[in-house]
Design a protein around this ligand. Structure first.
Ligand code: ADP
Ligand code: MG
Length: 682
């Protein structure tokens, strides 16, 4: 029987329960077998009644010692059944389940799990899990799985269903790793793993099952990404851009490119000049000058008669790129357009028209660029900025607007290699590992909240010198639940006290886009001295006159995020300052914030962040658009991921077409066919 049949045919399911299971995303038998428990309860230790402790969840063996008593009140039927084991007696109690008494016979032996209570002078367990001692144990006497449920479905029911499914269908699950491979890597066989992830024989079995399934999940994704990268590299039907004289472009710049910029630019140019499709990530620390490198690639595409699309994750950033590019290309005949989701219908129509006619050479925009209505005249190069905010799918959608256009992805989030290989595993990676000369290091201070007033006074001095200030808070509005500074409160306070004579602006994510833009514009134009905001400003915002970044509750932010925030200042010849106000004295918090004061190297900070808090803190990981993992978790499984990457690289080096791994190859083709686009493994 195939695994892809409707789950209703599993013994004990039927159409009604199938509807409930569908709410959990379980449609087929296979879905069910891969619906892993979210937790476990160890009920494998079987105690004597005299050893049970009140208030704890425990398991014991006992026999039914008497007939059921029923107590009826106006609203409740209480059923009580006494059990004994020779060392003591306990009363089992159920509410409004009068039929339950028919399940038990006096003298029969059971395994019982539940929380022991002492009430009305009696030891009792309410709603115990109970199973005949000579029956198969699903709910007691073992490590018991706890599943995610939906209304109308109980743990007991789903355990029973899962048990039936395992019994009847486990044979259908096929192992796709070769036997030697399993042995060599110490991996549990897939059938054993699926059984043990649901009904673990022991803690060790559970551990091994988890490892196997996490390994498999990460392995398949990593392998797929590497294969996609390889296939794109070999894919010859891309655009072959002709060499372009870059002198006019370079000479119009107010500065010379750094060695690192030139190196990365060469890598891009070589990709563009080849008829293979470029699929390249440019990583560069904040302020390393990615924009101008991107602009240079745009110049090449446009001079070849192609259009360029540049997509940014927020309106603010898109607008800023649009303005920067207009500045960079101001002496040329290159026409730059902007497309926003917030355009009026008539304005939008006009922009779409110009994109379609080829009136715009370069179009900058937000997600609006990937809407169906956007049609390009001749799109040759797609650039996405701050890619960690976009998923692979969005990148693909943008690509489809042209005929195999080259793709450039830019990110200011330094990512340790392990993560980069899974987040961007399908891309070639270039790194701008140097900042433009003459940048003054941002002086960074970590201060306790008691020194807050001083920090604000210092900022005010900078304002008097004509500089501008950011104040970032973790919350928008005051909250009872979270004890942290909110932008609204700080805004009020600053407005009234510390910065009485300054112009203060407030910016946060809940404001309408038009208000956000207005505030940002005022800050860019110097009409606002102090911008109080949440982290909406974290990525990419460029206001060179700003020299102070104050972060309230700095301990609440990830290091990578703080690094991004700090990167908003230090963008001019003026000395800049980053003041991190810590409201926590915990060691971890101190240790983390000290890293900020000690180094300004984004890669080092990212590594530290990974070490101290795990990859969740790496900016934007949550929104990345990776496929949902069923069991693997990048927050916790970084060590398994490293293992996997080593193994995948070894495997591909040894057998690039997976010729000796036909079963694995089949799984990839079946599960990842769309992503693989049928262009590889042929
Ligand atoms: P990011 O990599 O963070 O996107 P940007 O591209 O915004 O950095 O560049 C930061 C600032 O550095 C900009 O004001 C830009 O004009 C300037 N810049 C870029 N490259 C150089 C360079 N080679 N020399 C001097 N300044 C540069
Ligand atoms: Mg940038």
């Amino acid at each position: 029987m195939p695994l892809n049949i409707d789950v209703q045919y599993v013994k004990g399911v039927g159409p009604k329960r199938a509807r409930l299971l569908k709410k959990l995303g379980i449609n087929t038998v296979e879905d069910l077998l891969f619906y892993f428990p979210k937790d476990y309860e160890n009920r494998s230790e079987i105690l004597k009644i005299e050893d049970l402790k009140v208030g704890e969840k425990q398991t014991f063996r006992a026999y039914i010692a008497g007939s059921a008593r029923e107590i009826k009140t106006s609203r409740l039927v209480i059923t009580k059944i006494p059990v004994k084991d020779g060392t003591g007696a306990v009363e089992l109690v159920w509410y409004n389940q009068p039929y339950i008494k028919n399940n038990f016979k006096i003298g029969e032996e059971y395994i019982i799990s539940g929380k022991l209570q002492f009430k009305y002078g009696q030891l009792m367990i309410e709603n115990p899990a109970i199973e005949k001692s000579d029956d198969v144990k699903l709910n007691t006497g073992r490590i018991v799985p706890i599943y995610g449920l939906t209304e109308g479905l109980s743990q007991n029911t789903i355990r029973k269903i899962m048990f039936n499914a395992l019994k009847d269908y486990i044979g259908e699950i096929e192992e796709f790793f070769e036997e030697n491979y399993l042995k060599e890597k110490g991996l549990m066989d897939i059938k054993e793993a699926i059984i043990n992830i649901n009904f673990p024989e022991s803690q060790l079995h559970l551990q091994k099952a988890k490892y196997r399934l996490k390994y498999q999940e990460l392995f398949l994704l990593q392998l797929t990404l590497f294969l996609i990268k390889k296939s794109i590299k070999n894919f010859k039907n891309g655009i072959k851009f002709e060499k372009v004289d870059l002198k006019p472009f370079l000479e119009a710049l107010p500065f010379k490119l750094t060695v690192a910029q030139v190196k990365v630019l060469k890598e891009i140019i070589s990709d563009m000049a080849s008829h293979k499709v470029m699929n390249r990530l440019v990583q560069g620390d904040v302020g390393s000058g990615k924009t101008v490198v991107a602009a240079c690639s745009m110049y090449i595409a446009v001079k070849n008669g192609y259009q360029v699309a540049m997509m940014a994750p927020t309106e603010i950033l898109a607008k800023q790129h649009y303005q920067t590019l207009k500045e960079i290309f101001k002496g040329s005949d290159i026409k730059i357009g902007f497309l926003s989701g917030g355009f009026s219908p008539s304005k939008k129509k006009e922009a779409l028209e110009k994109i379609k006619n080829g009136d715009y050479d370069i179009v900058v925009g937000t997600h609006a660029l990937i809407e169906d209505t956007v049609v390009f005249h001749k799109l040759g190069l797609c650039i996405t900025d701050e890619q960690h905010r976009f998923g692979v799918r969005q990148r693909a959608l943008l690509m489809q607007k042209g005929e195999n256009p080259d793709v450039l992805v830019m990110t200011a989030t330094p990512i340790p290699r392990t993560l980069a290989l899974i987040l961007y595993g399908d891309l070639d990676i270039s790194i701008i590992d140097q900042l433009p000369p003459g940048r003054k290091k941002v002086k960074t201070y970590v201060i306790p909240s008691s020194m807050r007033k001083k920090a604000y006074a210092f900022a005010m001095k900078e304002v008097k010198k004509g500089r501008q200030v950011y104040v970032v808070c973790p919350l928008i509005e005051e909250s009872d639940k979270v004890n942290a500074m909110s932008a609204e409160i700080v805004y009020e306070e600053i407005y009234k006290e510390a910065f009485k004579n300054a112009k203060v602006g407030l910016l946060h994510g809940k404001m309408p886009d038009s208000d956000k833009e207005k505030v940002m514009e005022d800050f860019v134009n110097g009409k606002i001295d102090i911008l109080v905001s949440t982290t909406v400003i974290e990525v990419g915002v460029n206001v060179p006159n700003a020299t102070v970044m104050i972060v309230e509750n700095a301990e609440r932010f990830g290091l990578a995020q703080l690094h991004q925030l700090r990167g908003r200042v230090g963008r001019s010849e003026f000395q800049s300052y980053c003041i991190l106000i810590a409201y926590s004295n915990s060691d971890v918090a101190k240790k983390r914030l000290r890293v900020m004061a000690e180094t300004s190297d984004g890669f080092k900070i990212a590594e530290k962040d990974l070490e101290i808090r795990g990859p969740g803190e790496i900016l934007g990981l949550r929104q990345h658009g990776l496929p949902e993992f069923k069991i693997a978790n990048l927050f916790e499984d970084i060590e398994i991921l490293k293992e996997v990457q080593k193994d995948v690289e070894e495997l591909l080096a040894k057998d690039p077409k997976l010729e000796g791994y036909s079963k694995l190859k089949n799984v990839l083709i079946n599960q990842f066919y769309q992503k693989l686009s049928g262009i590889i493994l042929n």
